[in-house]
Design a protein around this ligand. Structure first.
Ligand SMILES: [Zn+2]
Length: 172
């Protein structure tokens, strides 16, 4: 949407515009774009680093394949995961050692989402994900993207909605 300088007029002018212009909500459109991009990048990561049919999807193995070191770490009781990379350095994900494995899997996939969105190699990256009252708002674009990436990574679309046990039995 191109809002040129002609819109930046006097207070009276601005009021005239705000009553004349229809109000539209771009938030849903923006969120859809983030979801679509996250799904695409998760599918690319799966295509290059995952053997179809092998469950559960292992985000730590996928991270390793992408050159990201993953650690189980003591990072504070209100932190579920962290991602950091110095310019040109090795990216690192830290997962709360006290979290149960299923939560750590999701946290790893989530941090990997932050990495994939920002991985250019020449910029420092730093994310800290809190849980509880300090957790970031779920409408933060970074978090919407990382959560959507994690969901798509851990549950590839072709098997979504089907019990994983059935998959296992079909392979026997
Ligand atoms: Zn996050």
């Amino acid at each position: 949407m191109n809002v040129g300088p002609s819109f930046l007029r006097t207070r009276e002018g601005a009021e005239a515009i705000s009553t004349a212009a229809p109000t539209i909500d771009l938030r849903e459109e923006r969120e859809m774009a983030l979801q679509t991009e996250a799904k695409k990048l998760a599918e690319e990561a799966l295509a290059s680093s995952w053997t179809p049919g092998v469950f559960p999807v292992d985000p730590i193995a996928i991270a390793a394949d992408l050159g990201v070191n993953v650690y189980s770490a003591f990072i504070g009781e209100d932190v579920s995961g962290m991602l950091r990379q110095e310019p040109g350095g090795v990216p690192e994900i830290f997962l709360d050692a006290y979290e149960p494995p299923v939560r750590r899997r999701f946290s790893c996939a989530h941090e990997l989402g932050h990495f994939i969105r920002h991985a250019s190699g020449d910029q420092a990256i730093a994310f800290v994900d809190y849980r509880g009252p300090k957790a970031k708002n779920g409408t933060d674009p970074e978090e919407v993207f990382a959560n959507a990436f994690a969901a798509n990574l851990l549950m590839p679309p072709k098997v979504r909605g089907r019990p994983l046990g059935l998959e296992a039995r079909e392979r026997l």
